[in-house]
Design a protein around this ligand. Sequence first.
Ligand code: ZN
Ligand code: ZN
Length: 357
Amino acid sequence: MSLMNDTGFAAAVWHGAGDIRIECRPRVPLKPGEVRLKVSLCGICGSDVHEFRDGPHAIPVATPHAVSGEIAPLVIGHEFAGEIIEAAADVDLAPGTRVAVEPEYRCDRCAACRRGEYNLCVAMGFAGLMGSGGMAEEAVLPSYMLHPLPDTVTDRQAAVLEPAAVALHALRRGRVRAGDTVAVAGAGPIGLLIAQLARIAGARRVIVSDVSDARLAMARSLGATDTVNAASGDLATVANGVDVAFEAVGTQATLDAAIASVRKGGRVVFVGLCSGRVSIDGFDLVNREVEIIPSVGYRDVYPDLIGMIAGGLFDPSRIVTREIALASAVTEGFARLATPGQDVKILINPSPKGARS
Ligand SMILES: [Zn+2]
Ligand SMILES: [Zn+2]
C-alpha cells in the first residue's frame, strides 16, 4: 500500500493511546534550514511502544513543543535514516545524499546548548515524539539533525544508529574503560547495545540479566561473557562487584539489581525511563560511595559510531529481528512489541518490495 501521491505521503500517525493510524499526510513546503528525506527504514523504539500502549508520555497534546511547534496527532518514529530528496536553499546538503538522523531538537540559545550539551537543552525533545518523525515515506527535518553516511554503512545499520547512540552516551557517562567489569540489567535494544559496545571498549567481563532466554542468547552472541535469567537467578551474585552497572529497563527491581551489582566506589548508570518514583537505600550508597549517573539521549556520538560501523568494528543491526511494511506497523510491529515475545528490534520499511529508488 502506498498513499504517496503528488501532494502527500503515507505515515504512521499517533492520535492517542492504542490509536496509531496509517494515513496520508500533506507534503508541506520546506522552511529555511530544512531538508526533506525519503525514509529508508525506521525502527520502533520502546518509548514508541509506551506511547502506543498508554500514552501520551512525551508526545505534546495540550501545548505545542517549543522547538518543533507541533502537537498531536503527529508522525511517530525517531530511529530512522534515508536519502535527501529536497533541501532548502540555505542548506549545504545535496539531494541524493544518504543520511542518518540524530533526532534531538535543540534551541541553540539556552545555556546547555551554548555549552554544547544539546541533549540537556531546555526544549529537549525528539523528532518522532515531540514533533513529526520518520515512520513514513517522507520526513521533513532541520538539517542539523543529519549525518551523511559512507556507502559502507547500510540502511539497516543506519536505522539502528539512534539506540546505539543512547548506548554509547551511557557508556561514556559511566566512564567505561578497557579492563573494566560491567553489568547490564535488561537486555532490550539499549541493554544489548550497551553490552556489545562495552566489549568493543575493552570491558573484560560483561554480565547481562533479563527474563527472556532469547534475549540473553542474543546478548551472548554480541559478546556478553555471562548472562543471568532474572526470573531464577541474581545479577548481583554473578556480577560480584563490577566497576560499572547499567540500568536499562526503568523499574525498581532492575535499579536495585544494578546498584547491588557494583563494587564499593562503583558507578551505576541509570538509562531506563521510570514512569514514577524509585527508592534508593541512601545509607548503602553513602557507605559504599556508589555513584548514580543518569544518562539521557546523546551528544557528539554519531560521527564516532558511523566511523566504527564503516570500519567494521561495530554492527548495531545485529539486534534487528524483523523488517515489516509500513502498512502493518501496528499489527506486526507495535502490537507485537507491546506483549513479551522474541522480537528485539523491528524495522519499518515504508517502501518495500524494491520500490525504493
Ligand atoms: Zn529510541
Ligand atoms: Zn537549548
